[in-house]
Design a binder for this molecule. Structure first.
Ligand code: ATP
Ligand code: MG
Length: 136
């Protein structure tokens, strides 16, 4: 295993319910370090660009509208095997299918408002970290 970095987003449904600290505790409890973090409001154009890979999917426009419905907290998590470990801590996309003890099982409201985003590969992590933290 190697030390990796991954891009995490605390989504608007979670910031609205003041869950950022509880979510961050899930990361740090599993050995991930939050090495960069900022709270911001995405514009529609930024959200469309960030999720461009999904632009042909039926849920794209709903997803973009949701992601700009309130502030998000974007963060860089660092640790051994951080990309896969974060996906494990997050749980499945659909909270109804997420394993017990995962963030999405415990906090997500729906398959769309599912509280967190996490990069899904090393290549994606590199691109997504650069999207929000070009100087890191
Ligand atoms: P993320 O990319 O946010 O970490 P993920 O990799 O688990 O989540 P993706 O398939 O990449 O899931 O979908 C991106 C996001 O789009 C999901 O997290 C969710 O917010 C939304 N989404 C995915 N599938 C659906 C769906 N069927 N209906 C509504 N929204 C969806
Ligand atoms: Mg994804």
């Amino acid at each position: 295993m190697a030390k990796e970095r991954t891009l995490s987003i605390v989504k608007p449904d979670a910031t609205r319910r003041n869950l950022t600290e509880k979510i961050n505790a899930r990361f740090t409890a599993r050995g991930l370090k939050i090495v960069a973090q900022k709270r911001l409001q995405l514009s529609r154009a930024e959200a469309e660009k960030f999720y461009a890979v999904h632009r042909e999917r039926p849920f794209f426009s709903g997803l973009v509208t949701f992601m700009i419905s309130g502030p998000v907290v974007v963060q860089v998590l660092e640790g051994e095997n951080a990309i896969a470990l974060n996906r494990e801590i997050m749980g499945a996309t659909d909270p109804a299918k997420a394993a017990p003890g995962t963030i999405r099982k415990d906090f997500a409201e729906s398959i769309e408002a599912n509280s967190v985003h996490g990069s899904d590969s090393a290549e994606t992590a590199k691109r997504e970290i650069a999207f929000f933290f070009p100087d890191i």
